[in-house]
Design a protein around this ligand. Structure first.
Ligand SMILES: NC(=O)C1=CN([C@@H]2O[C@H](COP(=O)(O)OP(=O)(O)OC[C@H]3O[C@@H](n4cnc5c(N)ncnc54)[C@H](O)[C@@H]3O)[C@@H](O)[C@H]2O)[C@H](O)CC1
Ligand SMILES: [K+]
Length: 243
């Protein structure tokens, strides 16, 4: 199946439109659905079973991609997984991020900060997968610390420990694809709303590709030049067939 992508410029316009005065979604609403989508993609790729490891490390960055990760961790816990969140640079953009962290504490999900030993969770014998919610479509290279070292450590384990990237693999340019030498090569990519051009650079044999963020009607999708994705029943994600 060949999938439609929209440029970063158009994606930014789409977001502005969705959250503008006429339509009126709030960021919090979209983030909740985005995080739920990613958790469902994890469940589909790595089905939860009581008899196997269920630890998932969620690495959350300082922006909204990180926010998607915080929401995802909460849904993973509801699905039966044991999420651990590494959130080294906390956003003070709005108080909502603090509320998301409080919700994680309410679920007894550990939230590690920059001083904690997060690398202990990179053991493939104990951790099922890593959710890469570090940067999304607003990443501009070169990567700054502490994220440079974090990416380096993730790169070292990514062949043994599968990485699930939220919207854009971290270190990729939204239009051009891999731009950062230490960028993530995910085993699973969950594009939100509609894939961005960088998704064409994934190797379909190596990376499973999902679309999630099921929040637009057909008329709105058509306005932005794509058709709605073939979501089944109440599912929040759809897996795209390899190209
Ligand atoms: N409609 C949707 O599809 C929705 C998508 N969502 C998610 O939001 C991100 C985009 O969020 P944004 O806050 O614009 O940006 P990022 O999270 O990608 O990153 C911004 C953050 O990162 C810092 N930063 C940028 N470059 C660097 C660098 N080289 N080194 C270090 N730090 C860097 C920057 O300063 C900011 O703090 C999108 O991809 C989706 O995942 C929403 O959830 C809403 C719905
Ligand atoms: K990401």
């Amino acid at each position: 199946m060949s999938f439609k992508t929209i440029s970063s410029q158009l994606a930014a316009q789409l977001d502005k439109d969705l959250m503008g005065p006429e339509i009126g979604f709030t960021l919090e609403q979209l983030m909740e659905l985005a995080g739920l989508s990613v958790a469902e993609a994890v469940l589909k790729e790595f089905p939860y079973s009581k008899s196997r490891k269920s630890q998932v490390l969620v690495v959350a960055g300082p922006g909204n991609n990180g926010g998607d990760g915080l929401v995802c961790a909460r849904h993973l816990a509801l699905f039966g997984f044991n999420p651990v969140v590494f959130y080294p640079k906390r956003s003070s953009r709005t108080q909502f991020y603090g509320q998301l962290v409080n919700q994680l504490k309410f679920f007894q999900i550990p939230v590690l900060d920059g001083d904690d030993d997060w690398a202990q969770y990179l053991n493939p014998n104990e951790t099922l997968c890593v959710v890469d919610a570090i940067f999304g479509f607003s990443f501009k290279p070169p990567v700054r610390e502490p994220f440079g070292s974090i990416l380096q450590q993730l790169r070292q384990v990514q062949d043994q420990l599968p990485i699930v990237s939220v919207d854009i693999p971290t270190g990729w340019d939204v239009d051009e694809g891999p731009v950062e030498p230490n960028c993530i090569i995910p085993k699973v990519l969950v594009s939100l709303t509609v894939p961005k051009p960088c998704a064409r650079k994934i190797e379909s044999l190596e990376t499973q590709h999902y679309v999630g963020g099921r929040f637009v009607p057909r008329s709105f999708a058509n306005k932005y030049g794509f058709e709605p994705f073939a979501y089944e029943n109440a599912s929040q994600v759809v897996k795209l067939a390899p190209e």
